[in-house]
Design a protein. Structure first.
Length: 258
C-alpha cells in the first residue's frame, strides 16, 4: 500500500460496508498524547485508528480496534500489516454491547474513536449484505451501546471522538450525558457553503465539567465540487482524491444517516 496515496489501497470486504469521508474526518479530529492507548469501537477495516496512527507517528500510540464482523477484523489486521503498524495495533472480534473485560479493562484507555452505524431501520435502501446492513443501520439502542462501551473503557478525563448526523445532535448529546461523557467541542461539517451541516464531529471528556465550544463549520467542497483548502488543511488524507465526483468509494458522498 502506497503511504503517499493513503487511504487508497485499504482492504475492505467486497460485499461489506465501505468507509466514507466521515471516517477520515474523525481520524484527525482529536490529537492523541504521547503513548496514549486508543480504542476504536466498531473499527471496520481499521481506517479511523490506522489513519490516526499515521498522522502521529511520533506519539507512539497503542491502538486496539474492535468490531463484531469477522471479515472486517481480518481486513483491519491485513491493513495494519501492510502499513507497517502491526507492532502497535491489535484488532479483536467483539460486540460493543458485550465487552470482554479480560481484553478491555475498565478505565484503561485514554482515547476512544466512535463512528457508529447511524441510519435508522427502514430509511433508504437496505443493503443485501448482512455486514453492510449491520454497519449502516443502527438499532434503537445502538448509539447508547457504543457510548456505554466508551464510558466503560475510558479513564477518568479520557476523551472520546464521535462523528454523527448533525440532524440528530440532540440525540447524541443526551446519550453522551447518560454515559458520563461531557461534550466539550462540536464541529459542524457542511458539504457546501450556505447549506445545512450534514455531520457533526464531537469531542467528549469523561466526567468533565460544564461549557462547550461550538466551532466554526468545516466546509468540504467548493462550487466546482473540489475539496476546499480548509478541508485539506483539516484532513490531509483527502488530498489523495481531490474531486468529489472522481469516482472514489469514500468521497462520493457524505454519510448522513437520512
Amino acid at each position: 500500500m502506497s503511504l503517499d496515496r493513503f487511504p487508497r489501497g485499504m482492504l475492505q470486504p467486497e460485499s461489506g460496508f465501505h468507509f466514507a469521508v466521515d471516517s477520515l474526518l474523525l481520524s484527525v479530529f482529536i490529537t492523541p498524547k504521547f503513548r496514549n492507548r486508543v480504542l476504536d469501537i466498531g473499527c471496520g477495516c481499521g481506517v479511523v485508528g490506522l489513519s490516526l496512527l499515521l498522522a502521529h507517528p511520533e506519539k507512539e500510540v497503542q491502538l486496539l480496534g474492535m468490531d463484531n464482523d469477522r471479515e472486517m477484523i481480518e481486513c483491519a489486521l491485513k491493513n495494519s500489516q501492510r502499513l507497517g503498524l502491526d507492532q502497535t495495533t491489535r484488532f479483536v472480534r467483539m460486540d460493543a454491547g458485550e465487552i470482554d473485560s479480560s481484553v478491555i479493562h475498565a478505565e484503561s484507555f485514554d482515547l476512544a474513536l466512535i463512528n457508529p452505524p447511524y441510519r435508522r431501520p427502514g430509511s433508504g435502501r437496505t443493503p443485501a449484505s448482512p455486514g453492510r446492513k449491520a454497519a449502516t443501520f443502527a438499532p434503537e439502542s445502538g448509539l447508547d451501546i457504543f457510548l456505554k462501551a466508551a464510558g466503560f473503557a475510558l479513564k477518568n478525563k479520557g476523551k472520546a471522538g464521535i462523528v454523527f448526523p448533525a440532524s440528530r445532535l440532540d440525540e447524541l448529546l443526551y446519550a453522551l450525558a447518560s454515559n458520563r461523557l461531557r461534550p466539550k467541542k462540536v464541529l459542524p461539517v457542511q458539504g457546501r457553503s450556505g447549506r445545512a451541516a450534514n455531520l457533526v464531529l464531537v469531542q467528549a471528556v469523561k466526567n468533565a465539567g460544564q461549557e462547550m465550544l461550538l466551532a466554526p463549520p468545516l466546509i468540504l467542497y467548493d462550487a466546482q465540487n473540489r475539496i476546499t483548502r480548509q478541508a485539506r488543511n483539516f484532513c490531509p488524507y483527502l488530498d489523495s482524491n481531490p474531486a468529489r465526483n472522481s469516482g472514489s468509494s469514500w468521497t462520493d458522498n457524505i454519510r448522513t444517516g437520512t
